[in-house]
Design a protein around this ligand. Structure first.
Ligand code: MG
Length: 376
């Protein structure tokens, strides 16, 4: 007896169990290059698996979120950030009756386009690429997924479904499906919470000063009430946990109220709604903005974090200029792109693909005497 549930059974279950406004794998707008469907994975499960098996995904491990690796091993990297976003997004998607597989695929792909050294690296590349097509991490993620990952015999890129590709074009005209809206909202909840956690752990943020923000004050008060006398480490953990829980609960309540009001009959109507249906309540929006402002002032602009960021931006800019001025120094893998995309874009792709660690190594190879060549 074969007990395997094949793809058709999974697709039928989606139609039966998901909300009418959820995306269903069977209703996907498909892939750019035609492919046969998989026997026992839906289109979105396959997208998720392709992302996890990509080189760009593995590189997230050595890419900065806020702290570069040299700060220590306990801080978030882009990989652990991505996993936290995926986990929180899946919970929210499931609670709203949305497509959990699509949500997970979108979450796992959402930060693939970041270059080395986080937003600092992105700012540097954006300045350098002015007049050469620009640089923006969401657009670059799509470029990685459509062009730069090369492993399939019949096409470039990973050939993901249109729904996952659309989710990366957040700034385009097209509205996002609700699954992508979930990831967007949960990304913000996640980084606000873990940046507080990491900032406190690093001793850069001050727990007392943080109580000036409503979100931290309220979370801390809950912990004090429930577990008086808890040590500082456990207090921090439970306050962060309470903060995430409160934000997700608010997201679910506010979103289901908005969805109920708009009453979309299918995913297309939900996407086309005049405003985003998934998002925090106005009160939570204000509180999140307040916390974000505190983080900007006391964490992202703290002098040690700033030094690290400026240094990183300088690295990236020096390497880009050197390689654009003298492309003979480009390794063959990167030189192949020069003819296809132009020199500046090929150098940008080469640098944007690097992890923090690899960018530092490359900097030493390019500029410091005594650092050996790289052998491909
Ligand atoms: Mg993110």
């Amino acid at each position: 007896m074969n007990l395997r549930r094949d793809r058709e059974a999974l697709e039928a279950r989606e139609l039966r169990e998901l909300a009418p406004y959820a995306m269903k794998a069977r209703e996907s707008r498909g892939r750019r290059h035609g492919e046969n469907e998989h026997p026992y994975r839906t289109a979105y499960q396959r997208d998720r698996d392709r992302i996890v098996h990509s080189a760009a995904f593995r590189r997230l491990e050595y890419k900065t979120q806020v702290f570069v690796n040299s700060f220590g091993d306990d801080y978030r990297t882009r990989l652990t950030h991505t996993m936290e976003v995926a986990q929180i997004s899946r919970t929210a998607a499931r609670a709203l009756g949305l497509n959990e597989d699509l949500t997970e695929a979108i979450a796992l792909a959402h930060d693939l386009g970041h270059g080395p050294f986080g937003h600092t690296g992105e700012d540097a590349l954006r300045d350098l690429m002015k007049g050469h097509g620009g640089f923006e991490h969401n657009r670059h993620a799509l470029r990685i997924l459509d062009e730069l990952e090369r492993k399939y015999p019949n096409f470039q890129g990973l050939n993901l479904t249109q729904e996952v590709r659309d989710s990366l074009l957040k700034h385009g005209k097209r509205q996002l499906c609700l699954e992508a809206q979930v990831v967007d909202a949960c990304d913000r909840i996640t980084y606000n919470a873990h940046d507080v956690d990491d900032g406190l752990a690093a001793g850069i943020l001050d727990a007392e000063a943080l109580t000036a923000t409503a979100l931290w004050r309220e979370s801390s008060e809950v912990v004090t009430r429930r577990w008086p006398g808890l040590d500082a480490g456990r207090r921090r953990y439970h306050a962060v946990r309470t903060l995430i829980d409160g934000a997700v609960t608010d997201l679910l309540d506010a979103s289901s109220a908005r969805i109920a009001e708009a009453a979309p009959r299918n995913a297309e109507e939900a996407r086309a709604a005049s405003r985003r249906l998934v998002g925090p309540s106005p009160a939570m929006e204000v509180k999140q903005a307040e916390l974000a402002r505190h983080l900007h002032t006391h964490l992202y602009n703290e002098y040690r974090v700033q030094r690290m960021r400026r240094k990183a931006a300088r690295f990236v800019a020096e390497m880009w200029k050197t390689l654009v001025e003298d492309s003979a120094q480009l390794p063959p893998s990167a030189r192949a792109g020069v003819e296809q995309y132009g020199l500046e874009t090929a150098v940008c792709d080469y640098l944007a693909g690097m992890t923090d660690r690899e960018a530092l190594r490359e900097y030493r190879r390019l500029f410091l005497p005594g650092d050996g060549p790289r052998f491909e």
